[in-house]
Design a protein around this ligand. Structure first.
Ligand code: UD1
Length: 439
């Protein structure tokens, strides 16, 4: 079984580069189905979730060509299928973006319910609300699990015509906001989406689509307006034959993960290719712990370092939709808090089951109690190496940080979770002095 082996106790120092954002690209790749001409996308991270998206595109009939490191030319002109291949759909949570994109493209879409990280119940009622409000008819194919409970196994959508309308989401959801955008870009008339999520990847999806000829405004606020267009001309500038390339936004969570790793190892790391204001809340929490975080003026760099040998201070974190503290940084931050002095409280307000990593972190000496909606972390002076597993993507990232900060050797299994979302993580960390290898 593949694993990461880490020899802990080394300060991370030097320069590290952030890749394109996983949570953007997994929506942008399905969005290429809405285009009527080929497009070129770069800064695409080398992660297995991207591989799955590209396989789905190919199986639907798209032509996908890798033209350089992280650069793809995608042409969906010959796509005529509307069913997402089941095996691929089940491998990745974000396969649900193909529902919105295919519905927007051809008025029909079918997909098995997605897999991905198991963070507790992950309903898609808000996605369906958006599709149905736009005029789609949704059929839910249900099955029963071993306990006899009914669950939705697949979704089929159909419509004669998508019509611009007002969609008011009941829950702030990244996925539902993105799917509502995908389905309404080519609808007749004007769509408004209220109570939207505001994450950077939502802005990135809107930027990508606008770059291709869509008319979306308000992304990054609570209300998005989409003026439907009959076709998207692709990234060929109007009146020109020059094809422009769209670059995926830097990954906020990968950057945050490197920040936490630099801090927990008491290192000094320059993290390149970031958008500093995406990292504000993460930086603020790190500063509360006594970590120095400096944004380098006018450059896409953030420097994270620790001075002196005082223990980190405890602090409290509460996960919230952007611009609050991201739930996808909660496990990584918990590692730092587990070696801080005193008691820290973590409140998780997005996912009900995001604490599976606690059992693993306890194996390394952390002292954490679980509460109804969070955890209390009683800081210990140090963690020690152990055999642990990556329970999900961000839990896996937390295990890496813990292994780097701990005394002794750590072995992490189930690393496929980590490789879903972190591009060349071993090489990147080795570049700043980590003693980590893949075996
Ligand atoms: C995305 C990210 C995930 C991140 C999450 C929150 C991807 C592929 N995944 O997930 O890494 O943890 O944002 O930043 O981009 N909800 C409903 N009904 C719905 C949809 C969601 O009740 O139809 C609830 C969920 O149960 C959860 C909350 O809304 O409590 C947030 O979910 P959402 O923002 O949709 O997360 P994802 O888009 O699945």
């Amino acid at each position: 079984m593949d694993k990461f082996v880490i020899e802990g106790g080394t300060r991370l120092t030097g320069d590290i580069y952030v890749s394109g954002a996983k949570n953007s690209v997994v929506a942008i790749l399905p969005a290429t189905l809405l285009l009527d001409v080929p497009c070129i996308i770069d800064n695409v991270p080398d992660i297995s979730d991207v591989e799955i998206c590209l396989t789905i595109l190919r199986e639907l009939g798209a032509e996908v060509e890798k033209t350089g490191e992280g650069t793809y030319r995608i042409s969906c002109e010959n796509v005529s299928r509307y069913t997402v291949p089941e095996a691929q759909a089940r491998k990745m949570r974000a396969s649900y973006y193909f529902l919105g994109a295919l519905l927007g493209r051809c008025g029909r879409a079918k997909a098995a319910m997605p897999g991905g990280c198991n963070l507790g119940e992950r309903p898609i009622d808000q996605h369906l609300l958006a599709f149905e409000t736009l005029g789609a008819y949704a059929t839910l194919i249900k099955r029963r699990n071993m306990r006899g409970e009914e669950y939705v196994d697949a979704v089929e959508l159909e419509t004669d015509r998508l019509t611009g309308t007002n969609i008011s989401l009941n829950v702030v959801s990244v996925g539902a906001t993105m799917n509502a955008i995908l389905a309404s870009v080519k609808a007749d008339g004007i769509t408004t989406i209220e109570n939207c999520a505001r994450e950077p990847h939502i802005v990135d999806l809107a930027n990508f689509l606008n770059y291709m000829g869509a008319r979306i405004s308000g992304a990054g606020t609570h209300k998005i307006t989409i003026e439907g267009v009959p076709f998207l001309r692709g990234n060929v500038a109007e009146g020109s034959v020059e094809t422009r390339t769209y670059s995926v936004v830097p990954d906020q969570i990968e950057a945050g993960t490197f920040m936490a790793a630099a801090a927990a190892t008491r290192g000094d790391v320059m993290i390149h290719g970031v958008i500093p204001h995406h990292l504000k809340d993460i930086a603020d929490r790190l500063r509360e712990c006594g970590v120095r975080v400096e944004e380098i003026e006018n450059e896409d760099i953030v420097r994270v370092y620790v001075e002196g040998d005082k223990r980190f201070r405890a602090t409290n974190i509460r996960t919230e939709p952007y611009p609050g503290f991201p739930t996808d940084m909660q496990p990584q931050m918990a590692v730092l808090l587990s070696i801080a002095e005193g008691q820290s409280n973590i409140t998780e307000s997005v996912w009900e089951d995001r604490f599976k990593y606690v059992t693993e972190l306890r194996r390394m000496g952390a002292n954490i109690d679980l509460t109804r909606d969070g955890a209390i972390v009683w800081g210990v002076p140090r963690l020690h190496g152990a055999s642990v597993k990556a329970c999900d993507l961000r839990a896996g990232a937390a295990m890496i940080i813990a292994g780097l900060a701990a005394e002794g050797a750590t072995e992490i299994t189930d690393i496929y979770h980590i490789e879903r979302g972190y591009s060349h993580i071993v090489e990147k960390l080795r570049g700043i002095g980590a003693r980590i290898q893949r075996e």
